[in-house]
Design a protein around this ligand. Structure first.
Ligand code: ACM
Length: 787
C-alpha cells in the first residue's frame, strides 16, 4: 500500500503514501538516535526464522509478541525459536543479548540487510524498544488485529535495510490521564498503554482522584467508591457556554476495583511501563469529602462535583484526615510496585483553612507562618509517611511552596513542574528530581488549532509544532543541576474529553511529538522531518482504529477589505497539504469543489468552507474549517471611536468594518473590540448614499461579564457635524442563555447620508440573574454593517 513508488535521493528514500504525499521510508517515531539507511529490503516470509537464545524467557516473551503481530496481520505462522549460532545466517531475524554498556538499559541496535536482521540489547527492555522500532519499519498494516487486513493483501512483510543504534535522551517519558473528570474503563486503559508503548513512553501517570470522582477501590473506606465514584450529573458544554450553567441530569460514574488495578499494572509492566498513581491532596478532594464529610473542616454535607474548577472545600489537616490518608496510601502502596506515589498538592485554596479555628490553632501550635505553611505541613506529613514506606513522592510544583529550613521536603521528593518551568528550575537547584510538564508545551487538553474551529476544549493553545519544539532541560541549569531533569510528561485533563475518540483526537499526533522530545537526541530533532513521518503514523493509527487530529493540514484564513468595499480572503495550508478546495454556499467541500488558486474577492456576505487534499484524497477534516465574512456598505470604511476601546482588546486597522467576524472557543475570544463604557462610533461611508439599517455583532458572554447593550441609538449626517437621530432601540442586556455573537438589526426608514453614528449603551453592571451580578459590564463587538 505504501511502497508504490520508491525514489532514491541521496541518503533519503521517499515513497508515495495512500494520501499521495511523499513520505519517508523510515517513518520511526520517536526518531532513533542514529539511523543509517541502506538499500534493499529484508523479506519476511513463511520460511523466515526468528531466533532468540536459550534461557531468556523475558526476551522470548517480547519477541513472541512481535511474531504474533506479524502472524495476525499476514496469516503467516511464524514462531520464535531458540537458536544457537547458525552456520548459514540467512533469512534470519536474530535477537542477541549484548554486554555493550553504551546501549544503556533501554538502548538497542538493529542491523538489517536483505539477508539478515540482528538485534542487540543488554536488557529485555532494550529488546522491547527494538521491537517497537521493528513494528514501525514494517508496513502500518502490521498493526491490524485481523487477517486479512481490509484493503490490503498482506501475505509477506518487508523491512527496509538499515542500521540503527538507539537509546533514549531521558529516563522518564510520561503520559498522564485524568480519569476523575471522565472515566475510562480498563480495556481502554490497556489500549492507552499499547499506544504509549508503541511510542516508547515508560511512565503512565494515572490521575485517580479528583473533585468529580474517586476512581480507585479502597477496601477500608468503601464509601469512597460507593459515594465518591458517582456524580449526580455533569455540566453541559464548556464551563462558560451557558449562563446560567446547564446540567445533563444524568448520573455519571465508575471506578477500578483493586483486581482491575493489579491487572492494569501487570499489563503495563509487560510493556515496560511503570504506573504512577495519583491520590490528590489536600485539594481536589470533594469526592472524598462527599463520602466522608468528617474529613472536611465543617460538617458538610458535600456532593461530588458536577462541574469543573477548583473548589474551596479541601481536606482539613486533622489527625483523622492524616489517618485516613495514610490508610488510603497504604493500600495504594501495596497495589502499586513503582517507586513513585503522586500526592497531588496543586490548586488548594486556603479559604476554609483561614476561617477555621482548628486550622488557626494548628498554625500557632506548629509555629507556621500562615495557611501556606499549613499546606507545607500537610505535604510534609504525607511525604514522611510515603518515604517511611520506602517510596518517594511526586507532587505538582506547589509542593515547593514553603519548602525551607523549618519544613523540608524529603530529598527524594520529585517535582512535576506544570505552572511553566520555574518550579522545575527551582526544584533542580534544590537538588530535587524534576519531571517537566509545563502547560504551554505539555497540556494536551489545550487546543491544537483555531479554538473557534476545534471541538469543545478547555482553552489555551498548543499546536503540534510547539509540542515538538520543547526542550525539557532549561538552558539556565548547570550540568549538575540538569541531571535532576528526569524527563517530561504530556498531561491530558478530561473535563471536555468524555469519549475514547475525543481522547485520541487530543493526544495524536501531539503525544508522538512529545515522544520524540523525550527520546530523540536534541541534535537529531527536526520538525520538518517529523511531519514527513506523520502520514505513516496516521496510517498506523487508522489501522488501529485510533482517532487522531489532522489539524496541521487545516486551512488558515486571512482577509482584508479591498479599496472598493469588498473582502479579499486568502487561504493557506501547510506545504504537505498541496491542494485547497472550497465552497461559498455553506456546503461541505469535496474533492470536486473548486480548487483554490488565488485569493477570493467577496462582494457579498459569504461563508467559506475549505479543506485540503493531496491527489484527490482529503487530508483535513472536510466538515471542519469555516469562516463567515460580512460585506456591507461599511466594509473597509474608516470610522472614529469617540470612546476608546479597552486596552486588552484594542481596535486594530478598523477591525469593526474589516468584514472579518469574531470567533470563540474554550476561554478564547478572537476578532473583537472591547469597551468598558459606551460604544460611540462614527462611520464615514465616503459619499452620501441611501441607507436603511445597521446591524451590529455583539458578543454575549455574560459568564465573563460581556453583556449586550441596554440601548442602541443610530444617527446619520451628511457633513459629519450635525447628526439626525433615526432610531433608538431598547435592547436586552439581561439576556441569559448560550454565549455567542448576536447580530442585532436596527432598521429605519430609508434616508440619505454619508456618516452613520452608532451609540451602544453599556449596562454598566452585570444584571441580576447572570453569573456575576454587579460586576462591571463590558461591550464587545466584532463587525458593524450598514445597509
Ligand atoms: C494541574 O494542572 N492542576 C496540575
Amino acid at each position: 500500500m505504501l511502497n508504490r513508488l520508491v525514489v532514491f535521493f541521496g541518503l533519503f528514500w521517499v515513497v508515495t503514501s495512500a494520501f499521495g504525499q511523499s513520505i519517508e521510508r523510515y517513518s520511526i517515531i520517536p526518531r532513533p538516535a542514529q539511523l543509517e539507511p541502506r538499500a534493499g529490503e529484508f523479506i519476511i516470509s513463511r520460511s523466515t526464522t526468528i531466533g532468540v537464545p536459550f534461557g531468556q524467557p523475558d526476551l522470548k516473551a517480547v519477541v513472541d509478541t512481535l511474531a504474533n503481530h506479524m502472524n495476525r496481520s499476514t496469516g503467516m505462522n511464524l514462531s520464535v525459536r531458540n537458536v544457537n549460532k547458525l552456520t548459514v545466517p540467512e533469512n534470519l531475524i536474530e535477537f542477541i543479548p549484548s554486554p555493550d554498556t553504551t546501549l544503556g538499559d533501554e538502548g538497542y541496535r538493529i542491523d538489517a540487510t536483505n539477508k539478515l536482521i540482528t538485534i542487540e540489547a543488554s536488557s529485555s527492555k532494550g529488546f522491547f524498544y527494538a521491537v517497537q522500532t521493528l513494528y514501525q519499519l514494517l508496513p502500518p498494516a502490521v498493526f491490524a488485529t485481523k487477517h486479512p487486513v481490509p484493503a490490503t493483501n498482506l501475505t509477506t512483510l518487508s523491512i527496509p535495510a538499515c542500521r540503527i543504534q538507539d537509546r533514549p535522551r531521558y529516563s522518564y517519558r510520561g503520559l498522564h490521564l485524568d480519569v476523575g473528570r471522565h472515566f475510562f474503563p480498563v480495556p481502554l486503559i490497556k489500549k492507552y498503554l499499547d499506544l504509549m508503548a508503541m511510542h516508547k513512553f515508560n511512565n503512565f501517570h494515572w490521575h485517580l482522584t479528583d473533585d468529580q470522582g474517586w476512581r480507585i477501590e479502597i477496601k477500608k473506606y468503601p464509601k469512597l467508591t460507593q459515594i465518591g465514584a458517582q456524580r449526580r450529573e455533569t455540566i453541559v458544554g464548556h464551563y462558560d457556554d451557558y449562563d446560567p450553567q446547564v446540567f445533563d441530569g444524568k448520573p455519571y460514574g465508575g471506578y477500578y476495583t483493586q483486581d482491575e488495578i493489579r491487572e492494569v499494572i501487570r499489563y503495563a509492566a509487560s510493556r515496560y511501563i511503570n504506573v504512577v498513581p495519583e491520590i490528590e491532596l489536600p485539594g481536589h478532594a470533594l469526592a472524598a469529602l462527599a463520602a466522608y464529610p468528617e474529613l472536611a473542616c465543617s460538617p458538610g454535607p458535600y456532593q461530588v462535583a458536577t462541574k469543573w474548577g477548583v473548589f474551596d472545600d479541601v481536606f482539613c489537616p486533622t489527625e483523622k484526615t492524616f489517618s485516613f490518608l495514610q490508610d488510603v496510601l497504604t493500600e495504594v502502596i501495596n497495589l502499586f510496585p513503582g517507586k513513585y506515589i503522586h500526592i497531588g498538592g496543586d490548586e488548594c485554596p486556603k479559604t476554609v483553612w483561614k476561617k477555621n479555628a482548628f486550622c488557626q490553632q494548628l498554625i500557632k501550635r506548629e509555629g507556621l507562618k500562615n495557611e501556606n505553611g499549613l499546606q507545607s505541613y500537610f505535604i510534609n506529613r504525607i511525604d514522611k509517611f510515603v518515604t517511611s514506606k520506602g517510596r518517594r513522592i511526586i507532587g505538582w510544583d506547589e509542593i515547593l511552596e514553603g519548602n525551607g529550613p523549618a519544613i523540608r521536603l524529603s530529598p527524594n521528593a520529585t517535582v512535576m513542574s506544570w505552572r511553566g518551568i520555574k518550579g522545575g528550575i527551582q526544584a533542580a537547584r534544590q537538588q530535587h528530581d524534576v519531571i517537566m510538564t509545563p502547560g504551554q508545551f505539555c497540556y494536551f487538553d489545550h487546543f491544537q488549532g483555531d479554538p473557534a474551529q476545534e471541538p469543545t476544549g478547555f482553552g489555551g493553545s498548543l499546536p503540534l509544532a510547539k509540542v515538538y519544539s520543547y526542550n525539557p532541560t532549561p538552558p539556565e541549569l548547570t550540568t549538575t543541576e540538569a541531571t535532576h531533569i528526569l524527563g517530561a510528561q504530556g498531561n491530558i485533563w478530561t473535563e471536555y474529553i468524555s469519549t475514547w475518540d475525543q481522547l485520541n483526537y487530543m493526544l495524536w499526533p501531539r503525544a508522538a511529538a512529545l515522544a520524540e522530545v523525550v527520546w530523540t537526541p536534541l541534535n537529531q530533532k527536526n520538525y520538518e522531518d517529523f511531519t514527513r513521518r506523520l502520514p505513516v503514523l496516521f496510517e498506523r493509527l487508522s489501522t488501529l482504529n485510533v482517532t487522531y487530529a489532522r489539524t496541521i493540514y487545516d486551512v488558515s484564513f486571512s482577509a482584508k477589505p479591498t479599496g472598493d468595499g469588498k473582502v479579499d480572503v486568502s487561504l493557506s495550508a501547510d506545504k504537505q497539504a498541496p491542494q485547497i478546495r472550497y465552497t461559498l454556499d455553506g456546503s461541505i467541500p469535496s474533492d470536486e469543489s473548486l480548487q483554490y488558486e488565488r485569493s477570493l474577492v467577496l462582494d457579498k456576505s459569504t461563508t467559506i468552507r475549505a479543506a485540503t487534499f493531496a491527489d484527490g484524497s482529503a487530508l483535513s477534516q472536510l466538515a471542519k474549517m469555516r469562516k463567515d465574512y460580512i460585506v456591507s456598505k461599511a466594509t473597509g470604511k474608516p470610522y472614529t471611536l469617540l470612546n476608546a476601546p479597552s486596552a486588552g482588546r484594542p481596535d486594530k486597522n478598523y477591525s469593526l468594518t474589516d468584514g472579518v467576524t469574531g470567533g470563540m472557543g474554550g476561554y478564547e475570544v478572537a476578532g473583537v473590540v472591547s469597551f468598558s463604557n459606551d460604544i460611540n462610533a462614527v462611520i464615514d461611508l465616503g459619499q452620501s448614499q441611501s441607507i436603511e439599517g445597521v446591524r451590529v455583532g455583539f458578543l454575549k458572554y455574560t459568564a465573563k461579564n460581556i453583556c449586550l447593550p441596554k440601548q442602541v441609538e443610530i444617527s446619520v449626517s451628511e457633513d459629519g457635524k450635525t447628526f439626525q437621530l433615526v432610531l433608538t432601540a431598547k435592547t436586552n442586556p439581561a439576556e441569559a442563555g448560550k454565549r455567542g455573537f448576536v447580530r442585532l438589526p436596527f432598521d429605519f426608514s430609508p434616508t440619505t447620508a454619508r456618516y452613520v453614528r452608532i451609540i451602544a449603551r453599556n449596562i454598566g453592571r452585570v444584571p441580576a440573574g447572570l453569573r456575576n451580578p454587579g460586576k462591571a459590564a463590558q461591550l464587545m463587538v466584532d463587525e458593524i454593517e450598514v445597509r
